[in-house]
Design a protein around this ligand. Structure first.
Ligand code: AFP
Length: 338
């Protein structure tokens, strides 16, 4: 496909469908529906300060975090778009305790499921800092003659068929992969379309940035503290937005490493495996990067026991994740340093 003219997201995904000889068009439809939902969420995110839609909704989500109205709006819009599309058998969201099976349209059972964090980094909304939607798509493993089951959602990240995110930042960009590289589409507000802007994204081997909530430094294991000291010794620049999707977006283009280690408060890590770590690890690996836990297991190979499971994570440029691995191996093998 020539880049000499504008290529819209719809054109691109239809064109890419031809790469999959037995494709039925369902996945293509699903990706387009997510694109539509993203445009609706984007519209509201952009005018959040104007219409007073932001503010606390006085409720807690399934993982105990404070919920803001825009999270609920984004959640509702995604669910609505996926429900009406008929291309999705069920969904699991950060905002809902349990998964939601969807009723087939015209009796046609879909083979795909979608997991998502409707608005990652939502504690940033009040202060106009970038937030994003993260999504992952799985093929269901349960019997197609009935509704989807929990097992469908407890698949390892390595089973993802597609994943992506939408970043509502200085411009709105949708980045996705179906396992054949990563491409980015910027929303052109003048025509209301996502247009191909970043073809075949490759993460730099290393970068000058590290991202970690350094405020928790004393609560990290010694090996993580040693690695963070090393980043500082190397004069790397610390950038931590408090919105993982925004930090990962920067790292995809400029290189670097993002860390959310286990702490005393979160002994298994804080970030959610199903709809944060797995989809973003899929994207980063597809772009040539790496993603492991702070105990050195590859994120995409982790067992999933719970929809809202938390894990520690180190993700980003391959050489930097390898370096962090070396620190963990060296210092966790030396009990005297603890
Ligand atoms: P929110 O969506 O509740 O703002 O959480 C964002 C997040 O899941 C991730 O995007 C951030 O990197 C991380 O949590 C920030 O957590 P800390 O405030 O503990 O650093």
């Amino acid at each position: 496909m020539s880049l000499s003219r504008i290529v819209t997201l719809d054109e691109f995904i239809i064109h890419r469908q031809k790469d999959f000889p037995y494709a039925s068009g369902e996945l293509t439809g699903l990706l387009r529906d997510i694109g539509v939902a993203a445009k609706i969420v984007n519209r509201e995110v952009n005018k959040a300060g104007l219409v007073g839609i932001i503010g606390r909704a006085k409720s807690e989500n399934a993982t105990g975090d404070e919920v803001q109205k825009l999270d609920l709006f984004a959640n509702d819009k995604l669910i609505e778009c996926l429900k009406n599309s008929g291309e999705c058998a069920g969904i699991a969201s950060e905002e809902d305790e349990d998964f939601i099976p969807l009723t087939p349209i015209d009796g046609k059972e879909s083979k795909y499921l979608v997991v998502f964090d409707p608005l990652d980094g939502s504690s940033n909304i009040d202060v106009n800092v970038s937030v994003g939607t993260i999504f992952g798509i799985y093929r269901r493993v349960s019997d197609m003659s009935g509704p989807c089951t929990k097992e469908d959602f407890l698949q390892k990240g390595g089973q993802l068929v597609a994943a992506g995110y939408v970043l509502y930042g200085t411009s709105t960009i949708l980045v996705y992969s179906t396992g054949r590289g990563v491409n980015g589409f910027t929303l052109d507000p003048s025509i209301g379309e996502f247009c191909l802007s970043h073809r075949d994204i490759r993460i730099p081997e290393r970068g000058n940035y590290y991202s970690v909530n350094q405020g928790y430094y004393l609560k990290f294991d010694v090996e993580m503290r040693r690695y963070i000291d090393h980043c500082s010794d190397m004069n790397l620049r610390l950038r931590y937005i408090g919105s993982m999707v925004s930090d990962i977006h920067r790292i995809l283009f400029q290189g670097g490493i993002f860390l959310y280690p286990n702490t005393r408060k979160y002994p298994h890590g804080k970030l959610r495996l199903v709809y944060e770590c797995n989809p973003l690890s899929f994207i980063v690996e597809q772009a040539g990067g790496k993603a492991i836990t702070c105990q050195l297991q590859r994120i995409l190979e982790l067992d999933v026991n719970h929809l809202h499971q938390r894990e520690s994570i180190a993700i980003g440029s391959p050489a930097m994740v390898d370096e962090m691995r070396d620190f963990v191996e060296r210092y966790s093998a030396a009990p005297s340093f603890r």
